[in-house]
Design a protein around this ligand. Structure first.
Ligand SMILES: [Zn+2]
Length: 291
């Protein structure tokens, strides 16, 4: 059986029309090559872990593959590591979304003058999801520069996938505290905490319990790879069950050091049941994005 067949069997058994994956990386080719070089070099982004990329393929092949898996909605998570880059990335994302209708038009932002203007433009251009990377960007998400942009996003109800936990490696502004300050000012902001908030899983579950629009994506959490250095605490499993309508499948495709199906099996073996899997792997994101 091919991997695609195995994946289709997974969602077929659940009676789903496919998967929705809110955390996949598509970006300009030369930026993606740099990201791969970074993973190859065991840099601080990976916490010094060996990180072989499973799906190191051309863009067209990657898009074809994710469609073969039966992923009916996915994203183009891109993110700047410095000022002056977000707007250019957003321009690329507009084109990518136009030629890839099953990709949710994704945009990004950075604390810099003019951010409010280009976030507004992105929303007007139809952006359906944003990505913020606190670790790579090395910024405080509660920075005053970002405040008007968070306000616009909260008002528009457009979700923001935010890498803000301290895994696989901490950053100057990672962890729950800066995000809590953002939410105190923008309680309706639809933050999707990437990687379940790894390594501060329970603190981010606290935030999701306090703020009804906060969600979490499963990206790389519960996999053998991450359980080795950032095990999800078993005592928090009942909280995952209770938050079952606000947990969204994410995988980090294609930048993962294991096959895609492993993320699905890692969710299945949590033992939270088929209803939970249906919600997480498809229904929650389908209703959030109106798919
Ligand atoms: Zn990612």
């Amino acid at each position: 059986m091919t991997e695609a067949e195995e994946i289709r069997r997974f969602w077929g058994r659940l009676g789903l029309p496919g998967l929705v994956d809110v955390h996949t990386h598509f970006m300009p080719e030369r930026v993606l090559r740099k990201v791969w070089a970074y993973f190859d070099s065991l840099g601080p982004l990976t916490g010094g872990l060996e990180w072989p990329i499973t799906y190191r393929k051309e863009e067209a092949e990657r898009v074809a593959l994710i469609r073969e898996f039966g992923v009916r909605g996915f994203t183009a998570m891109l993110y700047p590591h410095k000022p002056g880059m977000a707007q250019w990335l957003n321009g690329w994302a507009v084109e990518f979304a136009a030629r890839t209708p099953d990709c949710l038009h994704t945009s990004t932002l950075f604390p810099e003058p003019g951010v409010e203007v280009y976030v507004r433009e992105a929303l007007e251009a139809g952006a359906r999801v944003f990505k913020a990377h606190v670790q790579v960007g090395a910024y405080d998400p509660a920075s005053e520069l970002l405040d008007p942009a968070w306000g616009l996003l909260a008002e528009a109800g457009v979700p923001v996938v935010i890498h803000c936990g301290s895994g696989p490696a901490p950053g100057k502004h990672t962890g729950p505290e800066p995000v809590a300050r953002v939410l105190a000012r923008h309680p309706r902001l639809r933050l999707v905490i990437a990687h379940m908030g790894m390594t501060e899983y329970e603190d981010f579950l606290d935030l999701a319990e306090r703020f009804g629009e906060v969600r979490l994506d499963t990206t790389s959490a519960f996999t053998d790879f991450c359980e080795r250095f950032a095990p999800f605490p078993r005592r928090a499993l009942p909280r995952l069950a209770d938050l079952g309508d606000r947990i969204l499948l994410g995988t980090d495709f294609p930048n993962i050091p294991y096959p895609y199906i492993h993320q699905l099996h890692a969710l299945e073996r949590l033992g939270l049941g088929d209803d939970w899997l249906r919600a997480v792997c498809h229904d929650n994101a389908a209703s959030l994005f109106g798919l």
